[in-house]
Design a protein around this ligand. Sequence first.
Ligand SMILES: Cc1ncc(COP(=O)(O)O)c(C=O)c1O
Length: 405
Amino acid sequence: MPSLSSKSARLQASPIRKLAPHARAAEARGIKVHYLNIGQPDMPTPPQMLAELRGLPLNRIAYAPSEGLPEAREAWSAFFASWGIRFAPDEILVTTGASEAITFVLAVVAGGGGEVLVFEPCYTNYLSFAAQADVTMVPVTLRVEDAYHFGSEERLRAAIGPRTKGILLCNPSNPTGTVYTEQELDAVARVAVEADLFVICDEVYREFVFDGGAVRSFTRYGDLANRIIVVDSVSKRFNACGVRIGCMATSNREVLDVALRFCQARLSVATAEQRMVIPMLREGRSYSEHLCGEYQGRRDAVYDGLSRLEGVTPHRSEGSFYTMTRLPIDSCERFAVWMLRDFEWQGETVCLAPGEGFYVTRGLGVDEVRIAFMYDAATLERAMTVLAHAVAAYPARRELAAASR
Ligand SMILES: Cc1ncc(COP(=O)(O)O)c(C=O)c1O
């Protein structure tokens, strides 16, 4: 048999999805599983969007233009403007989710052997996007003790090498919920100019900032406009992950020209779905503001639950709809499997995303987990109680393992 490519070996199984067979088996045994592992919003897709889809006068679903339908690009431009961000429609390319946008952007700025700095823990699919684009992700490691902030720009400078082409900044962050401070964004901006780098801004959670904090889009650095490439999506802010509509936006004409060639090669983005998101892009600001309040209440439920756990380092997420936390457990992956296979409390258990898959650096994150806020606050409280019982009952807790060594 011919062997597969070296690129194939770089693609990891999603740490978020790989526990699914164990979860299904638990459900088949009649156990209620609280899914804290996946960022799939539980709330309904806005009725305006569904009504728009039903009302579309479509008798022939043709390819859309590769750059996106003109009215969809205008709607994205209006959406950005509602948050004070200026991108003209012709500075926006509609993509199949932010996922496609990130893959294209990585290929455009660093494809074929370049490097991009990323804060780890990071959105796990970045690693697969980078593998597809033949880009090396160079991590700047953040620690729960620092609330997953990087503080000094020296950390960034130290990671830059001759092949570094950009910094990928996910703000607010999946998986940590970090909202980078003004000083940190200034530091990224300074280093980008100093080292002549692009800044790829993944802002799919832009408006989910808790505790009245300011929404800090990196586009505020107007004098860096030619370096800034924003990727965005309707998935999370409009509870519409399956619609698969996102975009990339930049004022850099060269980047747009090359990215358009990638868009042309994949022909187009789904025509009806581009149309259905237009009303929400035009009027959806208040909708996502409301969601932000809801997620803050959920964050509080998770944080309070984690704070009550003995030996846990809880982290108060500042935005997005995730938190990362360290548990007093030797291997959170083994713990997550054990919870699904061997544990239940009052007929319930919890499915977590083990931390390791969110790190570029092998061996980090083994005692961390990511928790997504995809249930109402009362259900999350209950899930935290189930988790507390699991941590107490787990036979291989860290201190027990240490004592037996
Ligand atoms: C930080 C981040 N970027 C990008 C994506 C991909 O989003 P989309 O559904 O638009 O492809 C996700 C999805 O979870 C994400 O969390």
